[in-house]
Design a protein around this ligand. Structure first.
Ligand SMILES: *[C@@H]1O[C@H](CO)[C@@H](O)[C@H](O)[C@H]1NC(C)=O
Ligand SMILES: *[C@@H]1O[C@H](CO)[C@@H](O)[C@H](O)[C@H]1NC(C)=O
Ligand SMILES: *[C@@H]1O[C@H](CO)[C@@H](O)[C@H](O)[C@H]1NC(C)=O
Ligand SMILES: *[C@@H]1O[C@H](CO)[C@@H](O)[C@H](O)[C@H]1NC(C)=O
Ligand SMILES: *[C@@H]1O[C@H](CO)[C@@H](O)[C@H](O)[C@H]1NC(C)=O
Ligand SMILES: *[C@@H]1O[C@H](CO)[C@@H](O)[C@H](O)[C@H]1NC(C)=O
Ligand SMILES: *[C@@H]1O[C@H](CO)[C@@H](O)[C@H](O)[C@H]1NC(C)=O
Length: 313
């Protein structure tokens, strides 16, 4: 029933307009379970915070609920395994957002510096926790995983990490960092911020220490006084019926995606590289990357033999 409703919302051109669909503010004592009342929706019903299925289990995150295939845009406790269907997500009376197992064991979903008074899933895709003075004490937009949504941005010092795969949102092997030196740079996950390891750079080094990446139909870098110092994806693509998101994909390339109300899948608007072998470390130890048509292969370096699934020794 709910799915049919979302599909209608999607098909109608103004599906982002406010309806009485979702929750406005979630109060203390509210709970979710994987199978019943599984998410808190934004007012339009487009974004949801709550449980989504992964394999035979469930994860907690934010997803686009308004399209047939739930697209996950943020994941809580990113590297924790999926949980069984008998757990409960609770905004406790004491102001903690936790996952409670059937046996009563508690895991924090978000650690906040002070008790939460209410939670809010906004139509922008930002999930916000407020204290009793109505001040924001935590928001998903400032704690990104692998995706940036319109209006979110990536501020100096922040970084995105790729996911393991399209279906597993655990931390993958690549990162994209908005550096304090003004440069937007991509590195393999466990390397220092040094140009020796970089495989993508916006070439905006030295343009001020608060440069940010912004997305609103096009993708651009702004300096602290609001001056556009670089358009990564020029043009004004944004229309009311088009949704955009930017993602560091599992293959290490970051891409701008769009979808319109008449299509079910995202399409690629722009990619940081057309060379799928460009991400450093793509093939792991002792292997190199080979291109063949659109596909890539990893081959062992001369003198190394294939050993197991991932490497050469
Ligand atoms: C879902 O939550 C609402 C409000 O908290 C409650 O009235 C309703 O009974 C719940 N539905 C199910 C199926 O648990
Ligand atoms: C909860 O589900 C898990 C996995 O299905 C199971 O092992 C566990 O016994 C269940 N706990 C309770 C209290 O039902
Ligand atoms: C939800 O809470 C926020 C923060 O206190 C407040 O600004 C907003 O007006 C509330 N929304 C509704 C619909 O009550
Ligand atoms: C932003 O860029 C403009 C134009 O280059 C420059 O005049 C301004 O000083 C820059 N602001 C900062 C904070 O670097
Ligand atoms: C960068 O932002 C911080 C915090 O907002 C501010 O204190 C600092 O002056 C900014 N730096 C520049 C060069 O504008
Ligand atoms: C969606 O609609 C737009 C405008 O009507 C059209 O240009 C585009 O080709 C359509 N896309 C698909 C996948 O049907
Ligand atoms: C949408 O994407 C899925 C998964 O990648 C694919 O199986 C399906 O064929 C795609 N559908 C269309 C209409 O492109």
């Amino acid at each position: 029933m709910a799915a049919i409703l979302f599909f209608f919302l999607l098909l109608s051109a103004n599906f982002l307009a406010t309806t009485q669909q979702g929750h406005f503010n979630t109060s203390l004592g509210s709970s979710l379970t994987p199978t019943r009342n599984s998410s808190w929706l934004s007012p339009s019903g487009f974004y949801g915070f709550g449980f989504y299925q992964q394999g035979n289990g469930f994860c907690v995150g934010i997803f686009i609920a308004g399209i047939p295939q739930k697209t996950v845009v943020w994941k809580a406790n990113r590297d924790s395994p999926p949980v069984p269907a008998n757990v409960t997500l609770l905004l406790t009376g004491g102001g903690r957002l936790i996952l409670q197992s059937a046996e009563g064991e508690e895991t924090s979903i978000v650690n906040t510096p002070e008790p939460v008074a209410k939670a809010s899933m906004l139509d922008s895709g930002n999930f916000i926790l407020y204290n009793s003075d109505e001040e924001i004490i935590w928001q998903s937009f400032r704690n990104p995983t692998n995706i940036v949504l319109p209006g979110q941005g990536l501020l100096a010092g922040e970084e995105l990490y790729s996911s393991v795969s399209e279906t597993d949102q655990s931390t993958g092997i690549f990162r994209l960092k908005m550096q304090h030196d003004g440069n937007l740079v991509q590195y393999p996950k466990d390397t220092p911020d040094s140009s020796a390891y970089a495989y993508y750079s916006s070439s905006t080094y030295g343009r001020g220490d608060n440069v940010s990446l912004n997305l609103d139909g096009h993708l651009y870098l702004l300096n602290y006084t609001g001056f556009t110092i670089k358009n990564l994806v020029p043009g004004g693509y944004s229309t009311e019926e088009t949704i955009y998101l930017m993602k560091v994909d599992a293959d290490g390339i970051f891409r701008l995606y769009s979808f319109t109300t008449n299509q079910s899948n995202m399409s690629i608007v722009w990619a940081s590289s057309d060379d799928k072998c460009s991400p450093k470390g793509r093939c792991g130890l002792n292997r190199y990357c080979v291109k063949n048509d659109g596909d890539i292969y990893c081959q062992c370096l001369p003198g190394f033999a294939v050993s197991g699934e991932r490497g050469c020794q």
